[in-house]
Structures are given as structure tokens and as C-alpha cells.
Design a protein around this ligand. Structure first.
Ligand code: MN
Length: 413
């Protein structure tokens, strides 16, 4: 299964734009949050399909509220992929191409150019495999400048000198979400994906070995190439918070060949859009869930909120066992996700996906002089423009007392 297989599943929700659009014309449509199917340079482009938890859960055939818990189990228990020897994308191999002629959008006026933002980069080095997302600026017929922050791909490239990579576009939701997990170096993100797919759809992720790399067997496009020792200017670029990131020297990725399915679908992932936010936030929620579970016996849900780019603010619901659990849960959440700046802890009777209910809990169960934790001078997210070198964090314990709590209860009938 790859991205195009889901166009049928969600056809009632997708708006089709019939007229051909230029590469710089997609952003106003993608800002609406409605899933769109476009035609750009004569080819299909889809955006916003994975910008809802409900849709992602439906694609995985689970309930929305089970997503965090199931994903947490998958992260904890990676399983090997199933090896296959043939796949639909092998139908078309191109060695003569021009990346500038592909339907790769330019999202914002001041962006340096066309940016591929939805590609999962697969690399292998000394027996370890890594999957990660990187923004890639088209700089030439066959070249990208790839932004690599010092994590796993960076280390692999540094040690290898020139590193063979595959860029996979339009993979299934299990692979898409798992590639965004910040696992440790020894963990193979595609095995997390395989576990997630097995726990939800009952089958492992299929992989295929081509050009010395083991890659997901289902994708719309796969570009094979090398991250070279050459450098190029990368940026400016509007990133996750919707603010401008500056220009830097970054490695050049040279593409040697492209494989694609018949009638392939390009994925346009709007930087700073809700699809981008969810992709960042969803893989962090299981980590927070695990961290909080270690201090509070029963955690019911964790959500990083939309307004905070699914990154800076969270809501947690717990089943309180003893007084003080709410505050411990808040502290554990900060430990699990160091970028977290505000966390609200509520009781199990509050729907954490409903902002009004969460606000109701704060309005009726919270007193700042005793229920607020304020931490100054902590390390936070570099994405937050209001933070200096450090940040302040607040924990809001909006749980009701365990004893004599009749007056806090909502009357249902
Ligand atoms: Mn990794």
C-alpha cells in the first residue's frame, strides 16, 4: 500500500482541483486543511491527507484514541520487515530526468526554491539503517541541498564520506509516522513501522533490496542517490512554526535514478501546516505517554495541541490514584518531551481532544496558587521565538481532589 491506495478510501473527503496549477500555487489550498488532489506539471499531487488523527487512525483501522497507545507499543517492540523481490515502483526506472520538472512545490514566496518536504530518507551504514525526514531544496537537474541536523543521518554521512540514500515519497502511514520517530541510533525506524503495521493491519511492512539498500517496497516515487561531500546554499525556508528559517551551507544530494509507480502521486507537505505539525507531534505523544506512565499508574491519553504546532503544549488525562499525581504527571511529561512548554493535566472524565472541555476543567478545577507549577530557566525548543537561551515551563494541574470532590463533578442528567 502506498499513498495512492488511500485516495479511494478517502475520496469523499478529498477536493479535486481540475485545472493544472503551477508549482508555486498550492499553498492557499493547503492552508485550508482540506485534503486536496492537484495536477501539477501533468502529474498528480496530494496534500493534507494525513492532517487529521481520525484519518490516520482510519487508515490503520484503529480508533483515534488508541493511536498513541498502539504507537507506543510499536516503538517499544520493533519487528523485522518482510522481504519481497518485486514491487509496483520497479515498473518505471528513469535515469534521464530533471528534478525541476517534477511536481515539487515552491511553498512560500521567500523560500529559496522548490522544496521536497515529504521524502523519507533511508540510509544504511555499518549494518544499521536509519529513516528520517529532511527538507530538500532542488538546486539543479539532479541535485538537492539537503538540510541535515546533527542526528543519525548526519553521523552516518560524516563517517561514510559519501553516503548512498533512497528518498521514498508516498509511503504507507505506518512508515510515514515511524520515520518521524526520534529513536536511538541502534533502532531501525522501518522495524518500528513494521511493528505498527502488524499491530494495526495484521501484516508487516514489506521491504525490497535495490542498489544495496533495503527500502520500503511500497511508495509512489523512490529516488536513489548519494549525499556527497559537496556543499550548497540551503534556505531561506518557512519551517514548522510558520516563521522563516535562514540560509546555511548544507550537503548536496545527487540523484542517480528515479523509480515510480504507474500514474504516481507526489505528496505535497505544507511546511507549518497541520499535516506537518501532526507528523512532528504524533511520534512524540507515545514518548510522553511512556514517561508519564512511569510515575502515574493509569494514563488515559496524551495530546500535543494543534495551536502549539503539536509540539509546545500538551494535555494529559490520568486516573488519579493519590493526591499529587497531577503534578507528578506534569513533571514526567516535561522529562519525556523536553520541548514541552505547557502541560495541562486533567481527570479521565475530560475529553482531551475537546479544547472547550479542557478549558472547562481549568476553569472549574484549577487554582493557580496551589495547582500551578512554574519552572524557570529550563532548556526548551529552539523553534519557540519567545525563548531566549532557556525557557519557562508551566504545568497546570486541573484534576479534582480525590476526596470530597462532589462539587467538582459534572451533572450529566
Ligand atoms: Mn534513527
Amino acid at each position: 500500500m502506498s499513498l495512492s491506495s488511500y485516495l479511494e478510501t478517502f475520496k469523499d473527503e478529498i477536493r479535486i482541483i481540475d485545472k493544472e496549477l503551477g508549482i508555486e500555487k498550492l499553498t492557499p489550498y493547503l492552508k485550508t486543511e482540506i485534503p486536496h488532489l492537484f495536477k501539477v506539471k501533468g502529474l498528480k499531487v496530494v496534500g493534507n491527507l494525513w492532517n487529521s488523527r481520525e484519518r490516520i487512525a482510519r487508515a490503520l483501522k484503529i480508533e483515534r484514541d488508541d493511536l498513541v497507545r498502539v504507537f507506543e507499543k510499536a516503538i517499544e517492540n520493533p519487528v523485522p520487515c518482510e522481504k519481497v523481490s518485486d514491487t509496483p515502483f520497479l515498473q518505471n526506472e528513469i535515469t534521464e530526468f530533471d528534478l525541476r520538472e517534477l511536481p515539487i512545490p515552491k511553498y512560500f514566496k521567500n523560500d529559496a526554491g522548490q522544496y521536497l518536504t515529504s521524502g523519507v530518507v533511508v540510509a544504511e551504514f555499518e549494518g544499521k539503517r536509519n529513516l528520517s525526514f529532511h527538507r530538500m531544496l532542488v538546486t539543479d537537474r539532479n541535485k538537492f541541498a539537503i538540510r541535515i541536523v546533527p542526528r543519525h543521518l548526519y553521523s552516518m554521512h560524516k563517517k561514510a564520506g559519501e553516503l548512498k540514500v533512497a528518498i521514498c515519497i508516498g509511503v504507507c502511514p505506518s512508515v510515514f509516522l515511524s520515520a518521524a520517530v526520534s529513536a536511538s541510533y541502534d533502532v531501525d525506524e522501518l522495524e518500528i513501522a513494521s511493528s505498527l503495521r502488524e499491530k494495526t493491519l495484521g501484516e508487516k511492512v514489506k521491504e525490497i533490496k535495490i542498489h544495496g539498500l533495503r527500502v520500503p517496497a511500497f511508495a509512489e516515487y523512490i529516488f536513489f542517490g548519494r549525499i556527497t561531500q559537496e556543499k550548497a546554499r540551503e534556505g531561506p525556508f518557512v519551517d514548522v512554526t510558520g516563521t522563516m528559517d535562514y540560509e546555511r551551507e548544507q550537503p548536496v544530494l545527487e540523484v542517480d535514478r528515479i523509480y515510480h509507480k504507474d500514474n504516481p502521486v507526489m505528496h505535497a507537505l505544507l511546511p507549518g501546516g497541520h499535516e506537518h505539525h501532526l507528523l512532528m507531534g504524533l511520534p512524540r505523544e507515545p514518548v510522553i505517554f511512556k514517561s508519564v506512565s512511569q510515575v502515574v499508574p493509569k494514563v488515559l491519553g496524551v495530546r500535543l495541541t494543534k495551536g502549539s504546532c503539536c509540539w509546545l503544549h500538551g494535555v494529559i488525562s490520568i486516573e488519579k490514584q493519590k493526591e499529587g499525581d497531577g503534578k507528578n504527571a506534569a513533571m514526567a511529561a516535561f522529562t519525556g518531551h523536553p520541548s514541552l512548554k505547557k502541560v495541562i493535566v486533567v481527570d479521565h472524565d475530560i475529553d482531551i481532544y475537546n479544547d472547550s472541555e479542557v478549558e472547562w476543567a481549568i476553569a472549574t478545577r484549577f487554582q493557580a496558587h496551589k495547582d500551578l507549577i512554574l519552572i524557570k530557566g529550563a532548556s526548551g525548543s529552539s523553534l519557540d521565538p519567545s525563548a531566549d537561551s532557556t525557557t519557562s515551563k508551566i504545568g497546570i494541574d486541573a484534576t479534582m481532589p480525590l476526596k470530597d470532590n462532589e462539587k467538582f463533578r459534572r451533572i450529566e442528567e
